[in-house]
Design a protein around this ligand. Sequence first.
Ligand code: BG6
Length: 485
Amino acid sequence: MIKKNTTVFPENFMWGGAIAANQAEGAWNVDGKGISISDICTGGKFGHSKKITPIIDENTFYPSHEGIQHYYRFKEDIKLFHEMGFKTFRFSINWTRIFPNGDELEPNEAGLKHYEDVIDECLKYGIEPLVTISHYEVPFGLTKKCNSWESREMITYFLNYCNAIFNRYKGKVKYWLTFNEINSAIEPMGALLNQGILNDIKKPTLFMDQPDEPQQRFQGLHHMFLGSALAVKMAKEIDPSYQIGNMMIYMASYPLTPQPDDVIANQEYNRINNYLCTDIQVKGSYPYYAKSYFKKHGISIKSEPGDDEILRNGTVDFISFSYYMSTCQTSDSSIKGGEGNILGGVTNPYLNASDWGWQIDPKGLRYALNDLYDRYNLPLMVVENGLGAKDKVEDDGAINDDYRIDYLRQHIEQMEEAIKDGVNLLAYTPWGCIDLVSASTGEYSKRYGFIYVDRHDDGTGDFSRKKKKSFEWYKKVIASNGAIR
Ligand code: BG6
């Protein structure tokens, strides 16, 4: 434990944690819920991709079907978050609890009521809900109906959903994020999980092995930009005090060498992977470099008159992002890609990696915060960060996750540096504050939590909760507003 006398974190800094419905709730088919794209994703493991099976096979394991039973145990979980001192809790609303198929005219009351109970439980403890509207939970019904975000029709369905939740939770929720990791759709796997675009709907498909269809993905993204901008406008009409953020993956990226071709490769990477979506969602128009990128990749965005105005009038109030790792770019095509990198790139020889190949780079977070603040000058939230690791329960029941404490401490130190640099940082919500199912591999054994959940990849375990060593550590961090860590 490092003790300091002072803190640079602002007085009202929002310490907390984050989860997503499909990775935590379970209860995939109760109380009127429909099937989401995550509900047809099978389990997998590192090096063995998950599969999409358009027909649910009873003999196959689907992680979202059980999650960690948060749907039934949310009161117990939120009480534990309160015990740690959370000021905010980021969770997602599962679209298919509200509109089971996605195209209904009226929302499902049981779904609306469930999240109202979750929100009320947070408010009871003074925890500010931070709500992701769409976190890899697109209704499968809409994939079948119109191939999801590839179709412009999706904007209407998405806005119906937003309308229902913005009205219902008015006065209770202040902060909303439109699409989780919107820029994941730059890569083929994002088309599936984030956009719900599935071309051969009858055939099982490997999750990490989507066909590369940039035209489709970028058309889908155009519809999502419009949906997000119109949601911002709608939110403000319903409640002017609503604050809406975008949500992106920030992959800090460096040139592998000072060779000018590597520097250019890195600039091109950053533009498309880190800036394109946020440029549009913050500045309200496509950046100049999009044109040449689209031309080079044979992409031609179909737009309608008025689209430019929609984008211009629906810019976000703040920027939120996930930060786990960094990567490097090279112009040398003979150098192999880094194995765990979500958004491409090659291995940085100066960094170590997690057991899942994610390269650990705390200073990259300071870089990310300064880079985003410099470019956009909007308040920032780090809404995902953490170490996916295997935990061991000792004979006396203790879980000594010092490696996780180390990882988080180093990232908090770099947030502190960024605040000293002058960055306006509002919140920090480490990912998987309670163990949940991994999004990329579907494993329970890739754990992130301060709270251990007794559930395992072989289907054993009773879902009981247990505090890890990091629980008490994070509690002190929050109580001291970052001074003790
Ligand atoms: C982000 C997602 O990409 O990373 C989360 O928003 C995900 O849904 C998190 O769980 C960590 O990834 P993984 O694959 O370790 O669960």
